[in-house]
Design a protein around this ligand. Structure first.
Ligand code: ATP
Length: 414
């Protein structure tokens, strides 16, 4: 659905081609990311990215949500992928090879889909892979340099980031799907060496000599073999993404469900690794479950508290051993119920463990109504007795009865 009314939030990233902010759709609260550009130099790249993302439909690529022009800025609205970039993750703590393989697999899947659609990414590197809640929800982003295989006008010219460029791209030839495969090999080395491109080979050696990026010694033999398949000097000799997905480095699905823990609650909510499996089968996502559940809980008659596995954990009504306070008077007995009531928390609390989450509901009881009736009754009694006291006072004066005078003075009327 088209997003028309949205609000820009804080800045979550900056690149050479624009600024990325968090944003939300004012009509339904959906959170997304917006990349904005406002100069001629940057708008061109953003226009290209908009065109390419619009045409791609892959669960491994950041999803296009819309585009517009507002306040003199060209905007690309896209799915928000929490967790920062894979380069940041690799720089933070050394990555185990299993994690490197999981991210490499996601990038290979994204490239397979892009290449099938005739798109060459042209800037594959760990900084352009958004980590997601865990490696099996990472997404390939930043298609600003992307080109089409058939797009003669856009082909050629230096595109991408120098250290990750394939020899043919360094030489200024048209980038091919195989050029992305070279960059994927560089990205694997980068992830295995803490988010750095550690090779010191010059671009001239890569483009025109025999130079090759240095393979990290920490990688297993399978890893080194995978890189060798990517870093072949001749593009036509490199493996395609389809072939690489069959390579033992990527073929073994290490991403056992539940293996990766979300780093924050928001990551768990946004974690869309359940959205679709690799065969394209739709599965229910964590965020969908949470949304549906909230709608169900706040809806009328959506939940039957007496059944559906709910348990009463607090009950301020009759028969409650802790909270039952018949008078509803908070000042007399000081029971837990009263303190509870004073804090505005009186009521019926339900708790249910569902999908590993504790769900709570607090319902306000009619105790406050009872309290009102009680105070109203006491006040009425005092008002009804007032004429009686006045009559006694007058009567006492007129007759001069010492007894009544004594009684009245006892009550402080004189
Ligand atoms: N969809 C997104 N969800 C979350 N964060 C994002 C998203 N898109 C971009 N970012 C953040 O914004 C940063 C810059 O985005 P991006 O790389 O697309 O911009 P760029 O100007 O094209 O960068 P570059 O200089 O690498 O070409 C990213 O590194 C990332 O931290």
């Amino acid at each position: 659905m088209e997003i028309k009314n949205w609000v820009k939030g804080s800045c979550i990233g900056r690149g050479s081609f624009g600024k990325v902010n968090l944003a939300f759709d004012a009509s339904n609260g959906q959170i997304f990311a917006v990349k904005s550009a406002n100069s001629i130099a940057t708008v061109d790249s953003l226009e290209n990215e908009i065109r390419v993302l619009k045409s791609l439909n892959s669960p491994y690529v950041v999803t296009y949500l819309g585009d517009d022009v507002r306040f003199g800025e060209r905007n690309l609205l896209m799915e928000y992928v929490p967790g920062g970039t894979v380069a940041d993750a690799a720089a933070k703590s050394p990555m185990e090879e299993a994690e490197v393989r999981a991210y490499a697999r996601r990038v290979a899947l994204a490239l397979r889909d892009a290449h099938a659609a005739g798109v060459v990414h042209c800037d594959v590197k760990a900084r352009n892979v958004l980590a997601g809640a865990n490696p099996d929800s990472a997404k390939l982003a930043d298609f600003g340099s992307a080109t089409r295989v058939v797009d003669g006008a856009r082909a050629g010219g230096l595109r991408g980031t120098p250290l990750w460029m394939a020899p043919e791209v360094v030489r200024g030839e048209a980038p091919l799907p195989a050029s992305d495969v070279w960059s994927l090999g560089c990205t694997v080395i980068e992830m295995a060496t803490g988010g750095k491109a550690p090779w010191e080979v010059s671009m001239v050696e890569i483009g025109y000599g025999e130079g090759l990026p240095t393979v990290s010694a920490a990688l297993s033999d399978v890893g080194k073999d995978f890189i060798e398949k990517c870093l072949r000097r001749e593009g036509r000799e490199r493996w395609t993404c389809e072939m690489l997905l069959e390579h033992p480095f990527l073929a073994v699905d290490l991403m056992v469900r539940g293996r990766w823990s979300p780093r924050t609650v928001i990551e768990a909510i946004f974690d869309d690794d359940d959205d679709e499996d690799e065969d394209g089968t739709e599965l229910s996502s964590g965020s969908e479950w949470a949304r549906d559940r909230i709608v169900e809980l706040v809806g009328d008659g959506g939940v039957v508290w007496e059944s559906e596995g709910w348990e009463v954990v607090r009950w301020g009504g009759e028969g409650d051993p802790i909270g039952n306070c018949l008078s509803g008077c908070c000042f007399c007995c000081g029971c837990e119920c009263c303190c509870w009531e004073e804090e505005g928390m009186s009521g019926l609390e339900h708790e249910q463990v569902e999908n590993g989450m504790v769900v709570r509901d607090l319902r306000v009881l009619s105790i406050s109504e009872d309290l009102f009736v009680y105070h109203f009754f006491v006040l009425s009694c005092w008002i009804m007795l007032l004429p009686v006291w006045i009559m006694i006072w007058l009567f006492g004066h007129r007759l001069g009865t010492d007894f009544l005078k004594t009684v009245c003075s006892g009550f402080g009327f004189f």
